[in-house]
Design a protein around this ligand. Structure first.
Ligand code: FPP
Length: 256
C-alpha cells in the first residue's frame, strides 16, 4: 500500500474527501466452508482458521488507523445451519472472548455488539455483555461484533420503537427523518461504514447493515475468509482511497 495515503487520525480528512481513509470498515467474512472443502478438511477447521483471520483483521484495522471495524460473525439466518455447525460457531465465539478479551482490553479496543439478544444462549449473552462492559472505557479501535444480526430485523425493531414513541406522544410523526431512523438502530452512535468488504467472491449483501451501507463503497474479494490477511486489508483500503465518493451528487473537483 502506498505509504503517502492519509490514515484515519483526528485531523485526517472526513470520509468523502478524495483520498480520505475509511473511518469505518465492515466485513462479511465469507468462505470458511469452501476453504475447508477445498482442502478436504471439516467445516469446523475452516471456521477455526476464520477466527485466526478475524484476529489478523482486528490487528490490521488498528495498524491502518481504522476507527470502527464491524465483523459479521453470526447472522439471524445462520440458525438454519445444521445444529452441530451452529454449536461449533457458538463454541468458537466462547473461546474467542475467553482467550482474547484481556488482550483486546489492554490494546484499548472497545467492543460493541449489534444484533438480536433475545434467544441467545444465556452464557453467550453473558460473554457478549462482559466484552462490552470490560472495554467500555477504551478509546481506540471500536470492534463491532454483529452477532445474531440481520439488517431487516434491526430495521423492524427500530420501526416498532419509533411507532411506539409516536403512539405515546413522545415523537411527532412529521418529525421522523433519516436521522431519527438511524438513532433507533443498534448502530445509533456508530458512523456509517465507508467500506464494506466481502470475501469469497459472492456479490451480495446478505442482510448486512442494509440502512447503514447506503453510500458505502464495496470491495468483493476473490479469496476465502481464512486467507484474508493484512495485505488484503491494505489493498482494499488503498483501492477505497483511490475512489471518488459522490453520495448521489456530482464531482466538484476541476476536470471531474
Ligand atoms: C462464513 O463462512 C462464515 C460465517 C458463518 C461467519 C463468520 C465466522 C467466523 C469467522 C468463525 C467464527 C467466529 C466467531 C467469533 C463466531 P461459510 O460457512 O458461510 O462459508 P461457505 O459459504 O464457504 O460455506
Amino acid at each position: 500500500m502506498p505509504t503517502n495515503l492519509p490514515r484515519w487520525t483526528d485531523d485526517a480528512p472526513e470520509p468523502g474527501v478524495p483520498g480520505a481513509p475509511p473511518r469505518h470498515v465492515a466485513i462479511i467474512m465469507d468462505g470458511n466452508g469452501r476453504w475447508a472443502a477445498a482442502r478436504g478438511l471439516p467445516r469446523l477447521e475452516g471456521h477455526r482458521r476464520g477466527v485466526e483471520a478475524l484476529r489478523r483483521a482486528v490487528r490490521a484495522a488498528h495498524e491502518l488507523g481504522v476507527r470502527h471495524l464491524t465483523l459479521y460473525s453470526f447472522s439471524v439466518e445462520n440458525w438454519s445451519r445444521p445444529v452441530e455447525e451452529v454449536s461449533d460457531l457458538m463454541n468458537l465465539l466462547r473461546l474467542f472472548i475467553r482467550r482474547d478479551l484481556a488482550e483486546l482490553r489492554d490494546s484499548n479496543v472497545r467492543i460493541r455488539v449489534i444484533g438480536e439478544r433475545v434467544g441467545l444462549p444465556a452464557d453467550i449473552l453473558g460473554l457478549l455483555v462482559e466484552a462490552e462492559t470490560t472495554t467500555r472505557a477504551n478509546t481506540g479501535l471500536t470492534l463491532v461484533v454483529a452477532f445474531n444480526y440481520g439488517g431487516r430485523q434491526e430495521l423492524v425493531s427500530a420501526i416498532r420503537r419509533i411507532a411506539e414513541a409516536a403512539r405515546d406522544g413522545r415523537l411527532d410523526p412529521s418529525k421522523i427523518d433519516t436521522g431519527v431512523v438511524s438513532d433507533h438502530l443498534d448502530t445509533a452512535d456508530i458512523p456509517d461504514p465507508d467500506l464494506v468488504i466481502r470475501t469469497s467472491g459472492e456479490l451480495r449483501i446478505s442482510n448486512f447493515l442494509l440502512w447503514q451501507s447506503a453510500y458505502a463503497e464495496f470491495a468483493f474479494l476473490p479469496m476465502h475468509w481464512p486467507d484474508f490477511d493484512k495485505k488484503a486489508f491494505e489493498d482494499a483500503v488503498a483501492n477505497y482511497q483511490s475512489r471518488q465518493r459522490r453520495y448521489g451528487g456530482r464531482l466538484t473537483r476541476a476536470g471531474a
